[in-house]
Design a binder for this molecule. Structure first.
Ligand code: URA
Length: 323
């Protein structure tokens, strides 16, 4: 099977290199907006043909907890037809089990609640809370683990080395955290809003204490797809200890919202060979979103804050403004 130009572009964006006989590959295209091609990508072929990439070294990786690496021979199957819960119903369900009174909070109130939270011991060591960043009604919500040192200092998630890889991965499927329509932007949040000391793993108690904030964020964003990155995002959202390798490749659901599991970018910095699998996961995520509305560029662009009082970034729809 020949690699399409867009497939090559995606792989290059993720720091993956292809081997192919001379002349077998078409020249790369300058256009990285590749969702349509992503949907058509043959992911099994991707895994087979991609050689181990050499991107960043382990030294460059953020010292996050690594998901348990597994052989993970799971090939993404053809996802079942989308059965997306109506957004309002999903929002209600998302907060129905919240033990904290976050259910009624709008964006500014939720941000304030996070900023003032003292529900666990992490409040004593944090410099600031890291609320989240992105579009208030993004079609895709990315959930990571916890702030690291740089995130704790800057107040924005994924700004270190792992964040740079995440941005490249998202760009490969035409997504970003800057300005744009909700179909083209993501909302990025962590399971924990405060940095654990020395980037140690989150404890079950900390995950439980912070979960209502994440639940409320999902309820407000009403994403069409959740991309859960790494063990702790998966633990928090799917309530399972199963390794990423066992969970990826199939479509899970969180309160009716399709959820795709993939490796944490920090893990990928340490294990670049697994970037091919992460690329498969991104293809699956892009395909699911494309199925819903004909592609990430085809979604609604109006009502970007969904009638909320202010956006998640401190303004109607701006970027994170710190804290
Ligand atoms: N890793 C995460 O999971 N989140 C961040 O914000 C930074 C690194």
């Amino acid at each position: 099977m020949r690699w399409t130009e867009r497939q090559q572009t995606l792989l290059q964006a993720m720091g993956l290199r292809l081997w192919a006989p001379p002349g077998a590959l078409p020249a790369p295209m300058p256009d990285a907006g590749a969702t349509a091609a992503v949907a058509a990508a043959t992911t099994a072929a991707a895994t087979a043909a991609v050689t181990a990439a050499t991107a960043a070294t382990a030294a460059a990786a953020a010292p996050m907890a690594a998901p348990t690496p597994t052989p993970a021979a799971v090939a993404p199957g053809t996802p079942a037809p989308m059965a997306v819960q109506p957004a309002a119903a999903a929002a209600t369900a998302a907060t129905a089990r919240s033990p904290f009174p976050t259910d009624s909070l709008d964006w500014p109130a939720l941000r304030a609640a996070v900023a003032g939270c003292r529900a666990c011991g992490l409040c004593d060591s944090r410099r600031q809370t890291v609320f989240g960043v992105g579009h208030a009604r993004a079609h895709c919500m990315v959930v990571g683990e916890a702030p690291g040192e740089q995130e704790d200092a800057q107040g924005e998630p994924f700004v270190g080395a792992a964040g740079q890889l995440l941005d490249r991965m998202l760009a490969a499927v035409g997504l970003g955290r800057g300005d744009g329509s909700p179909a083209q932007q993501v909302f990025i949040a962590n399971t924990l809003k405060c940095r654990p000391p020395r980037n140690r793993n989150p404890t079950p108690e900390e995950l439980a204490a912070c979960r209502p904030f994440l639940q409320r964020q999902v309820a407000l964003v009403q994403p069409r797809l959740i991309l859960a990155m790494g063990r702790f995002a998966v633990q928090s959202l799917l309530d399972t200890d199963a390794p990423i390798g066992k969970l990826r490749g199939t479509v899970h659901h969180w309160h009716g919202v399709p959820l795709v599991v993939t490796y944490h970018p920090a893990y990928l910095l340490r294990q670049p060979a697994d970037k091919a699998k992460a690329w498969d996961d991104l293809c699956l995520a892009a395909e699911l979103m494309a199925r819903q509305d004909g592609g990430p560029t085809a979604g609604p662009t109006a009502g970007q804050t969904g009638g909320q009082t202010g956006g998640p970034n401190g303004g109607p729809n701006g970027r994170q403004d710190g804290g």
